[in-house]
Design a protein around this ligand. Structure first.
Ligand SMILES: *[C@@H]1O[C@H](CO)[C@@H](O)[C@H](O)[C@H]1NC(C)=O
Ligand SMILES: *[C@@H]1O[C@H](CO)[C@@H](O)[C@H](O)[C@H]1NC(C)=O
Ligand SMILES: *[C@@H]1O[C@H](CO)[C@@H](O)[C@H](O)[C@H]1NC(C)=O
Ligand SMILES: *[C@@H]1O[C@H](CO)[C@@H](O)[C@H](O)[C@H]1NC(C)=O
Ligand SMILES: *[C@@H]1O[C@H](CO)[C@@H](O)[C@H](O)[C@H]1NC(C)=O
Ligand SMILES: *[C@@H]1O[C@H](CO)[C@@H](O)[C@H](O)[C@H]1NC(C)=O
Ligand SMILES: *[C@@H]1O[C@H](CO)[C@@H](O)[C@H](O)[C@H]1NC(C)=O
Length: 924
């Protein structure tokens, strides 16, 4: 037709007119017939998709409306489809039902952010005009088909975030128009083909997070237009090819987490546009190239966890563009006072665990944007310089050779949240100004030569979680003001010269989990206020002059011998101690003194190191070495999400420790070594789970702050769009339900242990109902969400999250709990309150002693409960028959549990006891 068009000059006007008519008619006939087949192909495909997809494509209908007006479709001037953009449309199905050969004019195909599954159809290769192909963020698997290399015009290719496996096709180099390749976050194996060097138009090559092995081909140096090269998180080995230095436009080079060895090639010095260089967690050796900042554009340089030696290069000294510098955990040496300058943009610098020496410069204080400065574990000497004016959040100078006193100007660093000066040779007293650091969460001044009193002003640090003042020479009393640092979870005052009595106010530290007062000169008895420290789990009070009864607190009563030993005269029901003289029954003096003698006679093996070790580990894991570790709140949670994905190998079933109707639970060891239970909510995916989580964010935050030894710690949640996650403490053991249904476990689960489990659950519920700023109702107590550790300690899980975990309940306010555990009044759609929990607790308590869900027995028991003697007899017949009947002492307690359970099961909520009353009753 093009030739016809040029010729009509010698035709008569009429003929010309006819020709034009002919041309218009024939061309419109041609396009409308191809448009019809395109429409047909799309409709066929639509009909193969999942039901929910259909409503999203409601504009795709087979009447006379033009395909070009359909959602996501656009056409060229001839009415033929040239762009398909269905990104983020919630579509689910495969690509095999789409007839690709029907779209000869298609230029771009964007199906990203959907739920397409299955393999990539080879017929995709027939899209001969295709320039842009984006299938990122789907669930596509299988390998990249060979026919794929027929897409000769392809310029941008993204398969990011799928489950594509197999190798990179050898013939990929034929796609010579490619400018962007993004196959990141898949499961590609094999090596990077050397022929990739032929893709001379490539600007972006992103292969990160795959399983690529072998070495980086030197032909990569032929990609002279490359700006971005991401190869991190693979298993690449060998050296970084020196040819990288030929990539003269390179701005971003990511090699993190591979097995690369050899030196960082000197060619890097030539990369004048280089902005970001990430190469941590490899085995690189040799020194850092001297001219790494030659272009003056370098912003991020991270090479931590390698074996680099030599000095920090001079080029970094005036590299004023730097924002982030991480050189920690290498073997770098040199004088730190000479190597570094003023960096106006620097935000975070970590030089820890090297062999740097010299003194700290005041220049650090002049880095206006510096938030993190970490220099621990080097050989730095001299005094701490004035750093006022900086925005520091984290200052870690621990394990060096610093001398002199702590400058009072540190009190002006009002953003500080982590300050560690531990393990130096600092002397003098702690400046009172430290108490002005109202954002401080971690303060470690341990292992220095500090003297004087512990400043009472420390109570100004209202957010303090961990305070370590151990191994110094602090004198006099523990200030009673310390009892008002309500946030405190870890307190270590050991190895000082502290005297006098322990202030009763310390007992008010409701969140305290670990307390070490050992190796001091403390006197008198332990205040009875310690009875109420419900979170306390680890204590060490050894090597003091303490006497009198141990507090009525599990942490003390179950402490190992070494943690209580070498005192003047402690007594109580704990290993290695003598029982206390019964004062209430009119204790006689003579009695007391014999008790003291017996106590002194006991030879005590000292397990202090064990306890100190445990404390150290707790403190250590809390240092945010990987910052953001538990900042699971907010959208920044992505970082942690990736960490979890890695730890669970993308939620691989081998890490799965439990699957329920609403969530799967995975055991994940994070990079810090901490083991957490990750609850992945699977039902939320289709019902706006992210939105639900967001809606409850403040509530979850509250829950995450709660610390009670019988409540499973919730660390936070991750409102990730695909998999909303809740992160919990990991308990080695199983659910109460599992233990009771397993014959082996159940027959070893003795009567006293069972009674204690009931007590633990009662304590947890009482705490949540009565001791929090406002009552928190569980809503779904059942044997499924009570976890037992290996010593049968009980942990109530999923507190307050029942609404999240069971979104199917039509209306949250009338949420019905688990069948068989929910209170009868819930049938009348009452808002669940504490009394509903009390009822469910009653069911669980009976379940524990009966050995299975009591079912119909509940009403049977209720009919008996008027005559308690008869009950004692008949109860015996329904107790768990897998155990011998309880002996006298245990029988009493089992009956008490049963009686309380009956009370809790009363039909009228008003006549049920409160959990506070229940837990008091169980204090036998
Ligand atoms: C594709 O569609 C999305 C949302 O409908 C839009 O934000 C995006 O700009 C489109 N992309 C192109 C290349 O048209
Ligand atoms: C990745 O591929 C390997 C080998 O093909 C396979 O063993 C592994 O399970 C895959 N991993 C995932 C997460 O698909
Ligand atoms: C890189 O390009 C040069 C010249 O264009 C060529 O001689 C060499 O073989 C290429 N190297 C590789 C590994 O492709
Ligand atoms: C690097 O590792 C390879 C094995 O992957 C080994 O053969 C080579 O000797 C190593 N090179 C250096 C410099 O350590
Ligand atoms: C760094 O200082 C050296 C001289 O000391 C100078 O040659 C170089 O240009 C400076 N670089 C930048 C980025 O300022
Ligand atoms: C601690 O300080 C005292 C003086 O206050 C000094 O005698 C002692 O040697 C110092 N100890 C250490 C380990 O620096
Ligand atoms: C002492 O504790 C043990 C176990 O912790 C317990 O069996 C025993 O009954 C307790 N004795 C007294 C008098 O409380």
């Amino acid at each position: 037709m093009a030739t016809q068009k040029q010729k009509p000059l010698n035709c008569s006007p009429d003929l010309q007119f006819l020709l034009i008519v002919f041309m218009v008619v024939s061309s419109s006939l041609a396009t409308s017939s191809s448009a019809a087949t395109e429409a047909e192909a799309l409709l066929n495909w639509k009909s193969s998709l999942d039901n929910t997809s259909l409503s999203l494509l409601s504009s795709w209908v087979g009447d006379n409306s033009s395909t070009c007006n359909w959602v996501g479709i656009s056409c060229n001037n001839f009415g033929s489809i040239n762009h398909i953009n269905l990104t983020g449309s919630g579509l689910r199905g495969t690509l095999h039902t789409l007839s690709f050969s029907t779209f000869p004019n298609l230029i771009s195909l964007n199906l990203s952010h959907n739920a397409f599954f299955g393999t990539i159809p080879p017929s995709l290769g027939s899209l001969s005009s295709l320039e842009i192909l984006d299938l990122s963020q789907n669930n596509i698997n299988g390998s990249i088909p060979d026919d794929f290399v027929m897409l000769g015009n392809l310029s941008i290719l993204s398969f990011r975030k799928n489950q594509i496996s197999g190798q990179i096709p050898q013939e990929m180099y034929k796609l010579s128009s490619l400018r962007v390749i993004d196959i990141s976050i898949n499961n590609i194996t094999g090596s990077i083909p050397a022929s990739i060097g032929n893709l001379s138009n490539l600007i972006v090559l992103d292969l990160h997070k795959n399983a690529l092995s072998g070495s980086i081909p030197s032909s990569i140096g032929n990609l002279t237009r490359l700006k971005v090269l991401y190869l991190m998180y693979n298993q690449l080995s060998g050296a970084i090819p020196n040819e990288v230095g030929q990539l003269k436009f390179l701005t971003d080079l990511g090699l993190v987490n591979n097995k690369l060895n050899g030196t960082i090639p000197l060619g890097i010095n030539n990369l004048v546009y280089l902005k970001n260089f990430w190469s941590s967690n490899n085995s690189l050796s040799g020194s850092i190239p001297g001219d790494i900042c030659s272009g003056g554009l370098l912003e991020i340089f991270t090479v931590q966890n390698n074996q680099l030696t030599g000095p920090i290069p001079r080029s970094l000294r005036n590299c004023t563009s730097l924002t982030r510098l991480r050189l920690e955990r290498n073997q770098l040496s040199g004088n730190i006072s000479e190597e570094l300058g003023i960096y106006p943009k620097l935000n975070y610098i970590d030089l820890s665990y090297n062999r740097l020496y010299g003194e700290l410069s005041e220049n650090w204080g002049k880095c206006q944007n510096l938030q993190g400065l970490k220099l621990s574990n080097n050989r730095i000497s001299g005094r701490i310089p004035h750093l006022e004016g900086s925005e520091l959040h984290v200052l870690d100078l621990s394990s060096n050779g610093l001398i002199g006193s702590i400058p009072k100007e540190l009190g002006k660093l009002s953003s500080l949240f982590n300050l560690s000066l531990a393990d130096n040779r600092l002397s003098g007293s702690v400046p009172l100004e430290i108490g002005m650091l109202s954002n401080l969460q971690y303060l470690n001044l341990g292992a220095n030569n500090l003297t004087g009193l512990i400043p009472e002003q420390l109570d100004g640090c209202r957010k303090l979680l961990s305070l370590n003042l151990s191994r110094n020479r602090f004198r006099e009393s523990i200030p009673l003001e310390m009892g008002s640092i309500q946030s405190l979870e870890i307190l270590d005052l050991s190895h000082n010269l502290l005297m006098n009595r322990i202030p009763a106010q310390l007992g008010g530290l409701q969140k305290l989990e670990a307390l070490n007062l050992s190796h001091n000169e403390l006197l008198g008895s332990i205040p009875s206020s310690f009875d109420n420290m419900l979170s306390l789990t680890v204590v060490d009070i050894s090597y003091n002059q303490l006497e009198g009864p141990l507090p009525n607190n599990k942490a003390f009563q179950e402490a190992p011998v070494g943690a209580l030993g070498n005192n003047k005269g402690l007594c109580g029901n704990a290993t290695g101690l003598n029982a206390c003289p019964s004062i209430t029954r009119g204790g006689k003096k003579s009695n007391k003194s014999t008790i003291f003698i017996i106590v002194l006679v006991l030879g005590i093996v000292v397990f202090v190191f064990v306890v100190v070790g445990v404390l150290y580990m707790i403190c250590h894991t809390r240092e945010p070495q990987n910052e953001n570790q538990f900042e699971v709140w907010s959208l920044d949670g992505l970082l942690v999400y990736e960490d979890i994905v890695e730890a669970t190998e993308s939620f691989n079933s081998k890490h799965c420790v439990g699957v329920g109707g609403t969530a799967s639970v995975y055991k994940a060891q994070l990079q810090t070594g901490r083991i957490v239970a990750v609850k992945k909510l699977h039902t939320l995916q289709d019902s706006g789970g992210e939105a639900i989580l967001k809606a409850f964010e403040s509530e979850i935050r509250t829950l995450a702050e709660i610390r009670h030894r019988n409540i499973l710690k919730l660390y936070g949640f991750c409102a990730h769009p695909r998999h909303p996650l809740l992160l919990y403490e990991f308990i080695e053991g199983g659910s109460l339900e599992n233990i009771l249904t397993d014959e082996n476990y159940a027959s070893n689960f003795g009567w006293m242990e069972r009674v204690n489990v009931v007590k633990d659950v009662a304590n947890a519920l009482s705490y949540m109902h009565h001791d929090c700023s406002r009552p928190i109702v569980h809503r779904d107590i059942s044997s499924k969400n009570i976890l037992l550790d290996l010593e049968y300690g009980a942990y109530v899980s999923d507190f307050g999250t029942a609404r999240l975990l069971k979104p199917n309940a039509s209306n949250w306010t009338t949420f019905a709990g688990t069948f068989g555990y929910s209170a009868p009044e819930l049938a009348y759609t009452v808002e669940p309150n504490e009394k509903c929990d009390v009822y469910s607790f009653g069911v669980v308590a009976l379940e524990v002693i009966v050995g299975k869900h009591p079912g119909d027995l509940i009403s049977y028991f209720l009919s008996l409960s008027s005559t308690s003697t008869a009950q004692g007899l008949q109860l015996k017949d329904v107790l768990d028959q897998r155990l011998l009947p309880p002996n006298n002492q245990a029988a009493e307690k089992v009956i008490a549990v049963a009686n309380l359970a009956f009370a809790c099961l009363r039909t009228s909520p008003q006549s049920r006891p409160t959990m506070h009353q229940v837990s008091q009753e169980l204090l036998f």
